[in-house]
Design a protein around this ligand. Structure first.
Ligand code: GAL
Length: 727
């Protein structure tokens, strides 16, 4: 057993501050830990907890997340003694604390006295106490009580030596993002007044000339509660924007108190960049925090690992490629899926290290000790019901050792890829509204399918919010970029005119920021850039498909087709419809865009994919587009698809993370560098000369040669940094 490195990297402004500036992020290693709920256990268990934490190499825990009812048992009584004890005990064992403000779930006395804090659904039903997060984001009564608690927590623990960060609430919006109560209605109106100033402007933006919806007083405006038919789409979109902003404003209210009372302690909250959790526009929230944190749980299915990588990658994009904090994931099964699958050997470490590969400087789980009671008693923890004599705890200890070996990675950032996928919350929210050409379209799934195609080809792609500066990328894929205001259209046009290669798809460019159709033909705002015109959409029924021939392959398009007219002479048709109503017409196009003369000339392109090919069908499509753009895999051909490559850099060194996506051993030929984790084979590929973390291994591993990736294994190799070539 070696003692954990005290977790001391987070002093405001945290990892988002450029190195060298006051308060900059100076990590001493990767952090390791979990949510810790000692209030669920007798005091004697805590002593065993800290012993096992040290054995596992735990350096940080998130404490008191759901402890409001324990800290404040009645409105006028406070009980901090147990928390003082826990903080002191952790500190005495070298374990630092990311302390929750404890406001995540209000105690029964509060909701009994003030039932008006309880959220209401769109059908007017109340969400009663008995689970958690039963509060309205806009409730003034809830806010008053919660902020009082925040102030008490900050005053009491601001100087505690174990404290390294504040953890605002927990997963804001997990269960309460959409509240349709009267509090929400009042706050929605205030938000709308701020956005539109006049009712005339709101009427224009919402298109209320339609169906006699014109408002003549602000009091008439409501959240989109259960209505007789399709609610106004712009009202729905604005309510989504408002609901995300309301939680963000609540986050800011807590953060303001924390920063006033404890200006040196960084503030974070745990995002949920995963799956179909779409209510919170985290790209807009990131600036509220000193460092970004994320929770991620594996979603079983054929794209489980792709989705994990996609989410981690997008979290890095939200964090502007600076290190972030994996605040929660699971050691094994969760409790909230229909069937909760245990992790297979190797998956615990591989899943965690895939997050590290995309910029996480901390690996934390929900939770430290698996609960004996309550709704999460079948959710795995670092210490399972079986106790320390278990494969799971041995895996936890082994990962702690690996993370110590990876200390040099801490503080490094995601190394920019040459390609990016653009992710846009407005397009996610709007493209999936009701009363559309099809309700089968899934925004995030389309983006994930493109990402899967990148993984299959072994080509790195960043996943970035749409506000990101795209200038450094050669190829930008913007799937279903449905909402394109004039400003975004101009940015994409400038990207292409500067020599960038843009790829977009069906149902892109169709509406502006108010969800009003751009007129004159689709794809609306992007029509000129793409050099095509579509008069009418032609979505497909379930079971229908259209064959497309592209690069000698026959591909199946589903969900959507379009009669694409090629308008611009510089458009090349890459794929043709062969069957169905569109047979003989263009399915995939690319317009070449040349600007400038002589030495300053540039050649970019704008490509359009008019149907849904899915994750496998997109592979040849993307291969062709990348080939034309000159973007190639950095991996040996033999392992592409089986191995994911993600790269971090600190400017001096690059850190190559090679993730074995298969359940069999994979040999990666010719990888030069210093092996920090994983195993090197000799040039002959037979004799293992290093093992994880041994001094011998690190020294011998400096040479080139083949790397052996264990089934589901991860290797990390340090190499001299290669400059990222400017475009
Ligand atoms: C998260 C939550 C944790 C725990 C976990 C279970 O949503 O923040 O408290 O419930 O899920 O997977």
């Amino acid at each position: 057993m070696s003692s954990p490195t005290p977790f001391r990297w987070l002093r405001r402004p945290g990892p988002h501050t450029p190195p060298g500036e006051p308060g900059a992020y100076t990590p001493s290693g990767l952090s390791y830990g979990a949510d810790y709920n000692p209030d669920q256990w007798p005091r004697e268990v805590w002593d065993e907890d800290v012993r096992l934490m040290r054995e596992a190499g735990v350096t940080v825990v998130s404490l008191a997340i759901f402890s409001w009812a324990r800290i404040q048992p009645t409105e006028d009584t406070w009980d901090f003694a147990w928390l003082d004890d826990a903080m002191d005990l952790l500190h005495a064992h070298g374990i630092t604390v990311d302390l929750a403000t404890a406001t995540a779930s209000p105690p029964p006395w509060l909701t009994t006295k003030h039932p008006e804090v309880l959220p209401q659904t769109r059908t007017g039903e109340t969400l009663w106490p008995g689970a958690r997060q039963q509060w309205r984001p806009t409730s003034p009564v809830f806010r008053e009580h919660a902020l009082r608690l925040v102030e008490r927590m900050a005053e009491r623990y601001g100087d505690h030596p174990a404290l390294v960060a504040w953890h605002v609430s927990n997963e804001l919006g997990c269960h309460n993002v959409y509240d349709f109560s009267d509090d929400a209605a009042a706050a929605f109106r205030a938000w709308l007044r701020d956005r539109y100033t006049t009712l005339d402007a709101l009427n224009a933006a919402w298109g209320t000339a339609f169906w006699s919806q014109r408002y003549s007083a602000w009091e008439q405006v409501l959240p989109p509660r259960l209505a007789a038919s399709h609610p106004n789409p712009t009202q729905q979109l604005d309510f989504k924007r408002f609901s995300s902003d309301a939680l963000r404003q609540y986050l800011r209210a807590e953060a303001e108190i924390l920063r006033r009372v404890t200006p040196d302690v960084p503030v974070t909250t745990n995002f949920m960049v995963m799956g179909e959790t779409k209510g919170m526009d985290y790209a807009a929230w990131a600036d509220e925090l000193d460092f970004v944190s994320n929770d991620h749980y594996v979603l079983p299915g054929p794209q489980a690992l792709d989705e994990l990588s996609f989410s981690a990658n997008l979290t890095g994009g939200i964090a502007r490629h600076r290190p972030w904090f994996l605040m929660e994931h699971s050691t094994s099964a969760v409790n909230w899926q229909p069937v909760n699958v245990a992790k297979k050997p190797g998956e615990l470490a591989r899943d965690s290290l895939t997050h590290v590969a995309h910029g996480a400087d901390a690996v934390c789980y929900f939770q430290w000790r698996q609960s004996a009671a309550g709704a999460e008693k079948y959710h795995s923890g670092m210490v399972p019901h079986a106790g320390e004599r278990s494969r799971l705890f041995r895996d936890v200890v082994a990962l702690g050792a690996t993370l110590r070996d990876l200390a040099p990675v801490a503080g490094s950032t995601q190394k920019p890829a040459r390609a990016a996928i653009v992710f846009d919350w407005d397009s996610w929210w709007t493209s999936e509204l009701d009363s559309h050409p099809t309700d089968r379209l899934r925004y995030r799934q389309e983006a994930l399918d493109w990402y899967s195609a990148f993984l299959a080809l072994g080509v790195r792609a960043d996943v970035v919010p749409s506000a990101t500066d795209l200038a450094t990328y050669d190829v930008v894929v913007a799937p279903v970029l449905h909402v394109v205001p004039a400003g975004l259209r101009d940015r994409l046009t400038a990207f292409v005119e500067a020599g960038g290669h843009l790829v977009t798809t069906y149902f892109s460019g169709v509406v502006d920021q108010d969800d009003h159709a751009w007129l004159g033909g689709y794809p609306g705002a992007l029509r000129d850039l793409l050099g095509i015109r579509v008069e009418e959409f032609a979505p497909l029924l379930d079971g229908e498909s259209a064959t497309v021939e592209l690069a000698g392959e026959q591909l199946e398009g589903t969900v959507w087709t379009e009669p694409v007219d090629v308008v611009d002479p510089d458009v090349e048709v890459l794929g043709w419809y062969k069957t169905g109503e569109q047979a003989g017409r263009a399915a995939v196009t690319r317009r070449t865009v040349r600007t400038g003369d002589g030495a300053g000339s540039r050649e970019g392109s704008a490509a359009y994919v008019s149907t849904r090919f899915g994750r496998q069908g997109l592979v040849p499509v993307l291969a062709r587009l990348l080939d034309d753009a000159g973007v190639r895999s950095e991996l040996p051909a033999a392992v592409r698809g089986d191995v994911e490559l993600a790269v971090r850099t600190d400017g001096t060194d690059d850190f190559w993370f090679l993730v074995n996506r298969t359940a069999r051993p994979v040999e990666v030929p010719d990888v030069a560098g210093d092996v920090l984790a994983g195993r090197r084979l000799t040039a002959s590929g037979t004799r293992a000369v290093t093992t994880d973390g041994t001094a011998e291994g690190t020294a011998e591993g400096t040479a080139g040669g083949a790397l052996l990736l264990e089934p589901r294994g991860v290797a990390v190799v340090r190499r001299p940094a290669e400059p990222t070539p400017p475009r």
